[in-house]
Design a protein around this ligand. Sequence first.
Ligand SMILES: N[C@@H](CCC(=O)N[C@@H](CS)C(=O)NCC(=O)O)C(=O)O
Length: 237
Amino acid sequence: MQTTELDPTLSETLERAEKAGLTLVIGNKNYSSWSMRPWVAMTAFNIPFKEVRVVLARDDTATLIAKYSSSGRVPVLLAGETAIWDSLAICEYLAEQFREKNMWPLDVVKRAQARAVCAEMHSGFSDLRQAMWMNIRASFPGKGRTPGAQGDIGRICEIWEDCMAESGPNDYLFGEFSIADAFYAPVVMRFRTYGVSLAPALQAYADRVAAHPAVAAWVAGALAETETAPRYDTYPD
Ligand SMILES: N[C@@H](CCC(=O)N[C@@H](CS)C(=O)NCC(=O)O)C(=O)O
């Protein structure tokens, strides 16, 4: 179980998480951007969980994922007898189960906006995903700038700018770290791998996200992994 001694609500959370039997099934930390979101959110909000890691892009990957979910995809949150698939549904479930953690912003308007930026990330940016896949260990500066990916980068910058205009200079998208920041953490990783240059305020936000202990812990896990996925490890000319 992931735990921290700094959280005063830890024993209560731990008890509830153990009762709920939370296990998060994820892909490799180096490549699995969708898995990164709930893992970072759970870690950032000190929600204890067991981790099961399925190595992607292997002959047995589908069989292993099928043990947990018929969706054929990770992440999957196992909560007792229930399997919740899909990163957004997992985060929503956790926000309801652990209301006192305020995983979404407290303010109703900010909460709606946070959900909107997550929904946009969840359902869009397919060009960016395709041309600039997540590979935390790799360095592909300047690669992947298809017109569609450029458009996606522009829209992400616009979202960050709009959020930053409302929040303080050292804040996250909606003030305190929230599910919205966990949803954009994989994009921060992509921007680093592909050397996307950002306006200073946006770069400062990206650096804050990268420095967040939960994100840093995920990255450390990615760096420590030894499995590779050759099709994602080099960028074709
Ligand atoms: N909408 C899903 C998408 C999940 C997804 O596409 N996951 C990828 C890994 S990052 C996957 O499981 N792919 C199956 C595979 O690689 O075999 C979510 O948000 O959880």
